[in-house]
Design a protein around this ligand. Structure first.
Ligand code: C2E
Ligand code: MG
Ligand code: MG
Ligand code: MG
Length: 293
């Protein structure tokens, strides 16, 4: 039996069932958040933050991950952990994802103009965006409009997309790579991590989830697993990024394990786009503060 609040009219006599599981929010809160999200998109209340990605080989920041923010008129900044599930379930993630790509590419061009013209830019892509169709074409168009080579773009997806992917999804993975983009598996180790999909699917980068980092230096099991994932990734020809590096000790440990890229508050928190260039001119050891965005 459906509770009335679980069903929302989406117009023209259509109704959609909200499931609590996706965001752990009560259905009524999800409906309000969906309305607010619509409003945020149309009224310009979405923002992008950029978090630097440190390249171990070059010893400097080599790229950025675009992270979405919602500035709510009454509630202030709302975390993507709260609103992304609502955006996914409602389908709003499709126009929002397009907004993210356009804003991100425009920012990358501004960085180019300031002489930082080798940065890569990573976008998070939800399964829903690929299932909707048209993602590859839209990305191709945006890259053309903004005059950004696809080689500078990394698309991050979580493991749930890798589990029994449909042919239509596999075709999009192939098309994205044919375009020149690289594909990354985000939050690796938190889902149904399977060695078999790493071998079968056309991925370039593994991003080890921060839960493997923040177990603390005495957490032998996490350290062993992380080290094994890095070795396995390298054996398969993949590059390995470690997320959630918060201390210089953690950075040293993962550098010793031959991780390729490091990301985390130790280097910098996600930044306002206009502050980012500043990070490129200071040493990583000076980058642990201030919290900005
Ligand atoms: P993610 O893609 O795994 O992004 C990394 C998250 O870890 C970010 O949270 C970042 O702020 C946080 N983080 C980075 N370094 C550290 C650290 O050293 N310590 C800790 N404790 N956290 C760190 P954020 O920005 O809240 O984003 C959460 C998630 O929301 C993202 O996880 C991603 O899955 C999703 N998301 C963000 N932007 C987008 C978007 O444009 N599209 C889609 N589909 N999802 C997005
Ligand atoms: Mg990510
Ligand atoms: Mg992640
Ligand atoms: Mg994530």
């Amino acid at each position: 039996v459906l509770a009335v609040q679980n069903v929302k009219s989406i117009g023209r006599g259509q109704y959609r069932l909200y499931q609590h599981s996706a965001s752990r929010l009560p259905a009524s809160d999800m409906i309000i958040l969906e309305r607010d999200l619509h409003h945020a998109l149309s009224e310009g209340h979405l923002r992008l933050a950029f978090q630097p990605i440190f390249g171990v080989d070059l010893g400097k920041v080599v790229g950025a991950e675009a992270l979405l923010r919602m500035v709510h008129p009454q509630r202030g900044m709302i975390s993507p952990a709260t609103f992304i599930p609502v955006a996914e379930e409602s389908g709003l993630i499709v126009p929002i994802g397009q907004w993210v790509v356009d804003q991100g590419l425009a920012w990358l061009k501004r960085m180019d103009a300031q002489g930082h013209n080798e940065l890569t830019l990573s976008f998070n892509v939800s399964a829903r965006q690929l299932h909707a169709g048209g993602f590859v074409e839209a990305l191709r168009r945006s890259l053309k409009v903004h005059d950004v080579p696809a080689e500078r773009i990394i698309l991050e997806m979580t493991e749930n997309l890798m589990l029994n992917p449909e042919p239509a999804i596999l075709e999009q993975f192939a098309a994205l790579r044919a375009l020149g983009c690289r594909l990354a598996i985000d939050d690796f180790g938190t889902g149904y991590s399977s060695l078999s999909y790493l071998q079968k699917l056309p991925f370039d980068i593994i991003k080890i989830d921060r839960s493997f980092v923040q177990g603390g230096p005495k957490d032998e099991r996490h350290a062993l697993l992380a080290s094994a994932i890095i070795e396995m990734g390298h054996a398969l020809g993949l590059s390995v990024t470690v997320e959630g590096i918060e201390t210089s000790d953690q950075a040293s440990r993962f550098i010793a394990m031959s991780a390729d890229h490091l990301q985390g508050f130790h280097y910098a928190r996600p930044q306002d786009g206009e502050n980012f260039a500043h990070l490129l001119t200071v040493q990583p050891t000076q980058q642990s503060s201030p919290p900005t965005f």
